[in-house]
Design a protein around this ligand. Structure first.
Ligand SMILES: Cc1ncc(COP(=O)(O)O)c(C=O)c1O
Length: 300
């Protein structure tokens, strides 16, 4: 279950374009390209014990997405880092914090699709909130396979982390309708891709498997999980995986900044039965928590 509104976030300061505003005054123009066409890129980051986890990787992905979308005016990394740190300091946030970082193409001189109408520079938004990981990891979550597919590179390249999230939102609506925690999304060939907001892994007979990053987002937590598996000598394979293989896996878990490595206990009414008694998710999660406790860019 996603977390509800947290009253601690009532009086937060939000960075918009070039300065901080109180939550209720933090706004973008009705001419902003994010309002007009979802024309923006974004990142979700977490802060653990005074450190921003994988800041460089998130900024690299943000800037790469902005370059792909041919933003005319991409802020320097140093400016974005400074805006993030300013926001965290202004809010007294040191841990259990989630940052929604958005870069829009900015304000248009008149409504319209053409990026040449954006003549006022891009707009950076740093929205930091007190928010622990979103899923209850003791119990895990259940998934339902959705009709809504992930975009394939034929349609919209999943390597762009953009704000056109409607297919993910449609998948989440389906999941809500069926009382599941998240929607399991397939690619255009019918193989499992990811959930509406996280990457997905399964374990079968001691082997860790995850779909190719063709239709799914190339998640930073996904990458970290694969790196940890290599370090821990856990065999890890990226390949096409069917839903049936997921139903019959020994372990299934999802990965993402919002929820870390979260256990999946049921997909489409099929309980995930661990026939080998493996504990690969637990091992990887313990290694991941060691990283979050020791790594990251200090706020101060
Ligand atoms: C669709 C989707 N998949 C996966 C992820 C997880 O990515 P990361 O591990 O970089 O947070 C996200 C996070 O934004 C996402 O939106």
């Amino acid at each position: 279950m996603q977390q509800p509104y947290n009253p601690k976030n009532e009086n937060i300061q939000v960075f918009v374009k070039d300065k901080l505003y109180p939550r209720n005054e933090a706004k973008v123009s009705v001419f902003d390209s994010s309002v007009q066409g979802g024309d923006a890129v974004w990142e979700g980051l977490r802060v653990y014990d005074g450190n921003i986890f994988h800041l460089e990787k998130h900024l690299d992905r943000l800037l790469a997405s902005a370059k792909t979308l041919a933003f005319a005016d991409i802020p320097a990394k140093a400016f974005i880092k400074d805006a993030i740190k300013q926001t965290l300091k202004a809010n007294g946030m040191h841990t259990d914090t989630h940052i929604r970082l958005t870069l829009t193409r900015g304000e248009k001189v008149t409504s319209g699709m053409d990026p040449r109408l954006n003549q006022k520079g891009s707009c950076l938004i740093v929205l930091a909130e007190f928010k622990p990981p979103v899923f209850d990891n003791s119990k895990g979550i259940k998934l339902v396979t959705t009709h809504t597919r992930r975009n394939s590179p034929m349609h919209l390249d999943s390597k762009i982390h953009h704000n056109n999230l409607l297919n993910n939102i449609l998948a989440k609506i389906e999941a809500n309708h069926y009382g599941a925690d998240a929607g399991l999304m397939l690619d255009n060939l019918g193989f499992v891709s990811e959930t509406n907001d996280c990457n997905i892994f399964m374990v079968k007979k001691g082997v860790l498997l995850t779909p190719h990053a063709d239709a799914c987002l190339t998640g930073i937590t996904r990458e970290t999980t694969i790196e940890l598996a290599h370090e821990l000598s856990i065999p890890c394979v990226e390949r096409n995986i069917s839903v049936s293989e997921f139903y019959n896996a020994d372990e299934v878990f999802i990965t993402g900044t919002m929820g870390e490595l979260t256990l999946v206990y049921e997909i489409d009414g099929r309980i995930i039965e661990n026939k080998t008694g493996s504990a690969i998710r637990e091992t990887l999660y313990a290694a991941f928590k060691k990283l979050t406790a020791t790594m990251g860019e200090p706020i101060d």
